[in-house]
Design a protein around this ligand. Structure first.
Ligand SMILES: Nc1ncnc2c1ncn2[C@@H]1O[C@H](COP(=O)(O)OP(=O)(O)OP(=O)(O)O)[C@@H](O)[C@H]1O
Ligand SMILES: [Mg+2]
Length: 343
């Protein structure tokens, strides 16, 4: 039996979790810093790393005592993310692994998000297409076998979660923007405000969300809308793009199933429309596992260990860590990055 302690500190959530056999969550503690960063309208890196430092030790003790099991390996997010925050989690995890003489497993944050879909009663089987939609990433990834990723398209500018956050700020809604816009959209008319769907008339799997953000800025200057109508129109525009590109990728790849991961996968409209409009099975993590957490890091680590793919103690935190490993036989296309402009 394997018991992995997963530690996630890439941004503004301290996530500590204990996962058995890569599938059963024994404990999952998340300390969010949302309230701390909210007055600034976004994450302040120095404040984030300080808060991780203050809480990581007691949160780990809590997760371990709840799990009532001793870890057989310790995993932490190695990147991408904020350098100071990554350093706190990774150094803490390495120190624990060293002291307890356990393997240390560095994990790519996006690989973690993908593995959150395995923490359900209905885990996906390979091959599948993944739509990653988070605060720093928007991309479509072909996953034909474990830990083999081909990036089919990613955003050229803002990530979709970042666009939700920036639009919310323009509309005077609180951070994080995704949940605020979702709430504000209730009862709004999604056709009330005309907004662009970036790059959707091209036969490409690239995304662009900066035009949508700019359109909100211009509309705010003119101030001719009801907030609920604007929020609903924005949400539909953002989700339309994801649906259009995902359908295109499914047609192009013939992938038999879809995995959706990342914070924006918690969006109700996106979840409903993916379930209703696609003719392949859609695997989504439960809402609570969409945003950053330690369980997804532990699940990915378990699989990396099983496939002999872990870099161990040699790994160092990397704010722009590429998702694609140097596996023999991979083409240049595989080496594309997944990021938006934020990370
Ligand atoms: N219900 C929702 N609807 C839309 N967006 C949402 C919702 N809930 C959360 N989000 C968005 O998800 C993002 C946070 O997700 P996540 O924690 O995965 O991002 P991150 O870790 O900061 O970025 P990355 O994973 O790319 O490094 C924020 O941009 C937030 O606005
Ligand atoms: Mg994330």
């Amino acid at each position: 039996m394997s018991i992995v302690l997963g530690i996630e500190t890439s941004c503004d959530e301290t996530g500590i979790s204990v996962v058995q056999d890569g599938a059963v969550i024994l404990s999952n503690e998340v300390a969010s810093q949302i309230a701390v960063h909210a007055p600034f309208g976004g994450v302040v890196p120095e404040i984030a790393s300080r808060h991780h430092t203050e809480i990581i030790s007691q949160l780990t003790e809590l997760a371990l005592s709840e799990a009532k099991a001793s870890p057989t390996a310790i995993a932490a997010t190695a990147g991408p993310g904020l350098m100071g925050s990554l350093m706190v989690g990774m150094n803490f995890a390495k120190a624990l692994a060293y002291a307890w003489e356990l393997p240390f497993v560095p994990v790519h944050h996006i690989e973690g998000h993908i593995f959150s879909a395995f923490l359900t009663d209905d885990p996906p089987t390979f091959p599948f297409l993944t739509l990653v939609v988070s605060g720093g990433h928007t991309c479509l990834i072909q996953c034909d076998r474990p830990h083999h990723y081909v990036i089919l398209g990613s955003t050229r500018d803002d990530a979709v979660g970042e666009c939700f956050d920036k639009a919310a700020r323009l509309l005077g809604l609180p951070y994080p923007g995704g949940p605020s816009i979702q709430k504000a959209s209730e009862g709004g008319d999604p056709k009330a405000v005309k907004l662009p769907r970036g790059m959707t008339n091209e036969d490409s799997l690239e995304f662009s969300y900066s035009g949508l953000k700019t359109a909100v800025l211009y509309a705010v200057r003119e101030n001719q809308f009801e907030l609920a109508d604007m929020a609903a129109s924005f949400q539909h525009a953002a989700v339309d793009v994801l649906l259009i590109k995902t359908k295109l990728a499914l047609r192009q790849t013939g992938a038999p199933r879809l995995v959706v991961a990342g914070g924006v996968a918690a969006n109700r409209l996106l979840r409903e429309r993916l379930q209703a409009e696609l003719d392949v099975p859609v695997h989504m993590p439960p809402m609570a596992l969409c945003v950053d957490n330690g369980a997804m890091i532990a699940a990915a680590a378990e699989s990396l260990l099983a496939h002999g793919l872990t870099q161990g103690f040699e790994a160092v935190p990397s704010p722009s860590l590429p998702l694609v490993r140097q596996i023999p036989g991979m083409g240049d296309k595989d080496k594309a990055t997944t990021g938006g402009s934020r990370t």
